[in-house]
Design a protein around this ligand. Structure first.
Ligand code: SF4
Ligand code: SF4
Length: 141
């Protein structure tokens, strides 16, 4: 059995915890929230390196972007996509075939169409008044 099949999120080492992130960058998408729902947009944080789908300044992300998600095992938000490894493990599910820990490749999350690569726009190029028009439906949560 692999560590994610044996351990709960709170039992994982820091290295195991970090490796659980599949690199999809869906949590780096801007979201709109009203009283009824949260909606994802196709606009992504300006610090995301879109080709790799990795944060351009991971170490300083909380200071640079106060709203940046800082996941903790005690609180896995319901708005995370159903594909998110942290959410899946928290709900007792296994990882999907395309997760790098399962496939052994960092490319499968892109090949499977899970990552945001190729279908998002940086917030640097979008006027705030246009955010509302960019709502997407390809993420389930
Ligand atoms: S949605 Fe989950 S798996 Fe994907 S980048 Fe964010 S934390 Fe990692
Ligand atoms: S600061 Fe980095 S991790 Fe946080 S939302 Fe932006 S790109 Fe994603």
């Amino acid at each position: 059995m692999s560590f994610w099949q044996e351990k709960s999120l709170s039992e994982m080492t820091n290295e195991e915890w970090e490796s659980l992130c599949d690199g999809c960058a869906r949590c780096c998408l801007l979201k709109l929230q009203d009283d009824e729902e949260i909606r994802y947009t196709s606009i992504v944080c300006k610090f995301l390196e879109q080709e790799s789908c990795r944060c351009g300044d991971y170490k300083n992300r909380s200071r640079l972007v106060p709203t940046c998600l800082h996941l903790q095992s005690s609180e896995i938000p319901e708005w995370l996509p159903t594909s998110c490894a942290y959410r899946r493990i928290n709900e007792g599910l296994d990882l999907e075939w395309w997760h790098p820990l399962v496939s052994g490749s960092q490319d499968t999350v892109h090949e499977a169409g899970i990552s945001v690569r190729g279908r998002v726009t940086s917030e640097s190029h979008v006027h705030p008044q246009e955010v509302e028009e960019q709502t997407i439906k390809w993420i389930e949560f």
